[in-house]
Design a protein around this ligand. Structure first.
Ligand code: ZN
Length: 205
């Protein structure tokens, strides 16, 4: 018995040593061990095609409460100020309507910027895609960066912060492929409109 335990221990030690002295890049410790734990951004980069297949398999919730598929309009290729292309889905709803998480996963960032106003970045459980919610009037109380969320959880409320016209409250919803460098704010956009349509079709009895 004692011998078996010793062998297992030896294997474990060897395993650790192999990792440390592997020929690949050495593991980099970016913070002191004593620092408070921060949520790690887990990423699993995939190709564009894989990202779309993955999203189709997961299904996508309409991220605004009470909005039906027939109320959606594809705004992905529309032009915007400064010659930009929209590359997102605008979902119209009265101010204060709950904004729902389109998928389960993790909150990456809660902040504000000039165009998006109050925004939330989130990712799926595997870190393959990024969800961006903008123009929020307010956040759901208690929502924190790094928190896990379930599909349908309230993230905030529809508004007009950022560059949204003050008389046109809506959610600006963008879906992106997680870039391999982890710069989740700079990922390649994927049109959520057909994905929501197909998710809705698949959910029909
Ligand atoms: Zn928009």
């Amino acid at each position: 018995m004692r011998k078996t335990a010793f062998v297992l221990l030896a294997l474990a030690v060897t395993g650790c040593a192999r990792q440390v002295y592997s020929s690949g890049p050495a593991p980099v410790e970016t913070r002191p061990v004593s620092a408070p734990a921060r949520p790690a951004v887990v990423i699993d980069p995939v190709t564009s095609t894989e990202a779309v297949d993955y999203l189709l398999a997961r299904g996508m919730l309409i991220p605004v409460a009470g909005v039906s598929v027939s109320q959606l309009h594809d705004t992905f290729d529309e032009g915007r100020d400064g010659g930009r292309v929209h590359r997102a889905l605008d979902i119209m709803a009265p101010r204060g309507t709950p904004v729902l998480s389109a998928d389960s996963g993790r909150i990456l960032r809660i902040s504000s910027n000039t165009l998006g106003g109050n925004i939330v970045y989130a990712t799926d459980p595997l870190g393959r895609v990024v969800y961006y919610y903008a123009h929020l009037d307010a956040y759901q109380p208690g929502l924190t960066q790094g928190a896990m969320v379930a599909r349908g959880d309230t993230l905030g409320f529809v508004g007009t912060t950022g560059n949204a016209p003050k008389d046109t409250p809506h959610l600006h919803f963008q879906v992106m492929r997680m870039p391999s460098d982890g710069k989740y704010w700079d990922g390649e956009p994927i049109n959520p409109y057909p994905l929501i349509l197909l998710s809705h079709e698949a959910a029909r009895p």
